[in-house]
Write a protein that binds this ligand. Structure first.
Ligand SMILES: [Mn+2]
Length: 336
């Protein structure tokens, strides 16, 4: 029985199958992915389904899986979230069970790094998976020296995470870096244990470069616009309204118009709040209206109107998102 260790796959499903064929993988072979199976490439969902369903297969936690797990989503995770659609929660559940390392008779396997002199089971998860916190921690310990230069453990470490070029980075019997950038038009690399034989397949193109453009509009459309603060919406609009992607810039300009139309209703809202205050005062009197006013979600606005002018600026601060703004509009009987 062999163990086939594969570096960062990043959604490169075709290359994964080609690599399997090239090493003539059989059901008896154990397949171990070093993590970062999703994001950047074109077929994250296919890679996930394949690895999840293949018997005799282990996937380690990479920093990309961890970003999904902790919901610290950057653009490449936002894309994959859309690609999974309704199956995304199921993927997150699966990710939550991924191990941070695996040890065979011949080697220790991790996604990113190990700290020298610490037993594998005592290593920090952040260091093993190479998330930002782990990278910062190692930088503090080692400065600019890469951890693999300092590693003196008895068993060699096989890792991915850092694209090391077209060929693996090999420090004989110490460290084997096998992320060769498949999703960036590089290669997908396998290391076979116990022989330490290297097998590679070439990617035909830079998938990530293509995905960046392809998913701009869908990712933008999926953003929770109504829950964003006004200046955040404006900042996104400013950043993308002159995009060369015409569909994207059209969508963004539509969103900017939508925000301006909402904010242009400020005088109407102010008028309605003043009207509601007058009603409350005439019913309860100028001294006793405050308690019944508390029942309204916009009580702050009623109190403000009572003591001074209610300005558009105050309104925007008190109702900082379209959701809040629209909710108060509905309660005041203003329809958009
Ligand atoms: Mn990676």
């Amino acid at each position: 029985m062999r163990t086939i260790v594969v570096g960062d796959i990043h959604g490169c499903y075709t290359e994964l199958l080609q690599l399997g064929a090239k090493v003539e993988i059989t059901d008896e072979d154990c397949l171990i992915s070093l993590g970062d199976i999703v994001d950047r490439g074109a077929d994250s969902v296919k890679v996930y389904n394949f690895l999840k369903n293949r018997p005799n297969t282990i996937v380690l936690m990479g920093n990309h899986e961890r970003k999904h797990l902790r919901q610290t989503l950057s653009y490449s995770q936002e894309i994959v979230k859309l690609q999974f659609g309704a199956h995304y929660p199921e993927f997150l559940e699966w990710v939550s069970h991924l191990p941070y390392y695996y040890e065979t008779d011949a080697a220790i396997l991790v996604h990113a790094a190990v700290e020298n002199g610490i037993p594998i089971e005592k290593q920090r998860e952040e260091v093993l998976c190479g998330c930002n916190a782990g990278e910062k921690y190692l930088e503090k310990q080692y400065g600019s020296t890469y951890w693999s230069q300092l590693y003196t453990g008895a068993k060699p470490v096989i890792f991915g995470h850092h694209v090391v070029g077209d060929n693996p980075l090999i420090i004989e019997q110490k460290a084997y870096g096998i992320d060769t950038g498949a999703c960036h038009g590089g290669r997908l690399t396998a290391l076979i244990l116990p022989s330490f034989e290297i097998v590679q397949v070439q990617s035909p193109q830079d998938y990530w470069k293509e995905e960046i453009v392809k998913w701009q509009l869908p990712v933008m459309m999926a953003k929770p616009w109504s829950s964003y603060k006004w200046d955040k919406i404006q900042a996104i609009c400013d950043e993308f309204k002159n995009s060369p992607n015409v569909e994207l810039s059209a969508f963004i300009m539509e969103k900017e118009q939508w925000m301006h139309n909402l904010l242009a209703l400020a005088p109407k809202i102010i008028f309605k709040v003043e009207e509601r205050l007058a009603e409350l005062i005439s019913t309860y009197g100028a001294d006793d209206f405050k308690k019944p006013a508390r029942c309204f979600s916009y009580a702050t606005l009623l109190y403000k109107v009572n003591v001074s002018n209610l300005t558009s600026e105050f309104l925007q601060q008190t109702l900082p998102t379209p959701d809040k703004w629209l909710q108060v509009m509905t309660e005041l009987g203003i329809y958009f």
